[in-house]
Design a protein around this ligand. Structure first.
Ligand code: BG6
Length: 512
């Protein structure tokens, strides 16, 4: 049989197994919410999927007294409650042997001396003769200075052990505090030891933005102000604040989502091609994007950003309370749970192309999506069957469906000359025929940290630049309380004003 010209030659995908050296992970806040819901189940899955080496240890560090065995019980329950599949008892037996617990105070030096002894005792040596320790800060930010300080005093940061530090987002609560936090960490750790985690970067489709853009030659020539009218980025959530009022009341939507997850997505969409796939080349390009985002003054913020707070409503046929009725939320809370805004990136590629970002809690559906809206053809030759003002939209769907869709116009069959919108689409689940494993974001990120790859972690200059973008909005909103709150019903698509923002510019948000 001759070569089929239309058959794409797929390359063989090699079985991926991470080569990870023996390590010990110390989880500060080992009994907290993040550990229970994400970290411990993820570590179990990595062990089950045989990504972890023979020799590894996990030490949960927290204040409550517990024995190793009691902690193992805690971990088992966390896995049972937070995994989609039933626990595999054989794998659990193996995994549980690697788990330990240390009861101690975050500011108590003696606890760190005990930690040091435990690390000496259980940490195995790597091929290179080092002993690798990963510290995971699964603690509120205010606990971090105390921990870093004690680790440093007890010589647990450099020297005997080779160490890495994982810090959760948000890193700081504004640019100044991010600099201060970094200064503090920097006294004990070097930048190449610090892993600032943002779980959005561990999502397959977020990583795929770069592959899609830079592994294909057909889209990149169009990826600029000449062909793109505007870009929309939506991170919509149907959930509320769950039991996190104490954190959320202080954070609000900008610190929780915009400063980190949305800025990361924005930079991947807007960045220039890096000169290589190494961590710093990519992070250099991302940082450049944040620096070119136009600074907003108060007048601009009042006109081109929209804040919202949800009232009561119905989601998935269930009645849900208003934000200010949630447990531990002030009845007159000024905390925003919704953000929409127009951003400009002042560089050669993007001059004049607005980026509209929106995110909110208790919206109608959970959807994270990037849509690239291309310009209209220069001349309208055909009439449209239906109201499509934009024939070409490229959609990168992050969740719940991981897909890429390109919309375009075709001739509607018939004797007339009518334009009709259709689409071509790639769907991860369908096209990989359900036989691939989608690593959960934390799986991918923990493996990368264990391998020492910082590509999917934020660098300090990037973090500071992201804060510089959003700080003026946070400040303005804090200075000017919002008497209109609550201004959108749970289960809606957010405040009317967000629709007006685009409508006044002859555009509209995508709807589902
Ligand atoms: C977290 C935020 O970073 O991301 C949460 O703190 C939010 O408020 C969550 O719900 C959303 O993540 P995902 O992966 O469900 O989109």
């Amino acid at each position: 049989m001759g070569t089929d010209f239309y058959n794409i030659q797929f390359c063989e995908i090699l079985t991926e197994k991470a080569k990870i050296q023996p390590f010990t992970m110390v989880i500060f806040g080992g009994t907290g919410d993040l550990s229970r819901r994400k970290l411990l189940p993820t570590l179990y899955h990595l062990c089950k999927d045989q990504h972890l080496p023979e020799e590894f240890s996990i030490i949960g560090f927290a204040s409550s007294p517990r024995s190793d065995d009691e902690y193992r019980e805690f971990v088992k329950r966390a896995i049972e409650e937070n995994s989609e599949e039933a626990i595999d008892w054989g794998c659990w037996e193996n995994f549980s042997r690697h788990i330990f617990y240390l009861s101690g105070g975050f500011e108590d030096e003696d606890s760190y001396r005990r930690l040091s002894l435990r690390l000496e005792e259980i940490t195995k040596t790597t091929d290179k003769g080092t002993r690798e320790i990963i510290y995971y800060m699964a603690v509120p930010q205010q606990s971090m200075p105390g921990i870093i300080d004690r680790l440093s005093i007890c010589k647990l940061c450099k020297g005997v052990f080779s160490t890495r530090l994982i810090v959760e987002k948000p890193f700081g609560s504004d640019r100044a505090s991010a600099i201060e936090l970094n200064r503090l960490i920097g006294r004990a750790f070097d930048e190449n030891q610090i892993y600032r985690i943002d779980h959005y970067l561990g999502k397959e489709t977020v990583q795929n933005i770069m592959f899609f853009r830079f592994a294909n030659s057909i889209f990149e020539p169009l990826w600029n102000r000449r062909y793109i009218d505007h870009v929309q980025i939506t991170v919509a959530e149907a959930i509320g604040i769950e039991n996190r009022a104490r954190f959320y009341e202080k954070a609000g939507v900008i610190r929780d989502i915009v400063q980190n997850h949305m800025m990361q997505i924005l930079s991947l969409v807007a960045m220039e091609p890096p000169i290589g796939f190494e961590a710093d080349y990519i992070r250099d390009e991302k940082a450049k994007v944040y620096r070119t985002v136009r600074q907003m003054d108060n007048e601009y913020i009042d006109r081109f950003t929209v804040r919202g707070q949800y009232g009561g409503g119905v989601i998935h046929r269930q009645k849900v309370p208003a934000y200010h009725e949630e447990k531990d939320v002030a009845r007159d809370s000024n905390t925003p749970t919704y953000f929409a805004g127009k951003f400009h990136i002042d560089n050669w590629r993007w001059a004049g192309v607005p980026f509209y970002l929106r995110t909110g809690k208790r919206l109608k559906k959970r959807i994270t999506e990037i849509s690239i809206h291309f310009k209209q053809p220069p001349l309208k030759l055909f009439s449209a069957v239906c109201e499509i003002s934009e024939p070409n939209v490229l959609v990168l769907g992050v969740q719940p469906h991981e897909k890429i869709t390109l919309n375009f116009g075709v001739k509607h069959p018939g004797i007339g000359n009518q334009l009709y919108p259709v689409s071509m689409d790639f769907n991860y689940e369908r096209d990989f025929q359900g036989n691939v494993h989608f690593p959960l974001p934390y799986e991918r990120l923990l493996i990368d940290c264990m391998k020492g790859d910082q590509t999917l972690f934020a660098r300090q200059d990037g973090v500071e630049a992201m804060w510089a973008v959003v700080d003026p909005i946070i400040r303005r909103w804090e200075e000017t309380p919002a008497p209109e709150f609550p201004n959108y019903s749970a289960g809606s698509w957010g405040p009317e004003k967000a629709d007006d923002l685009l409508r006044s510019e002859g555009r509209q948000w995508r709807i589902w």
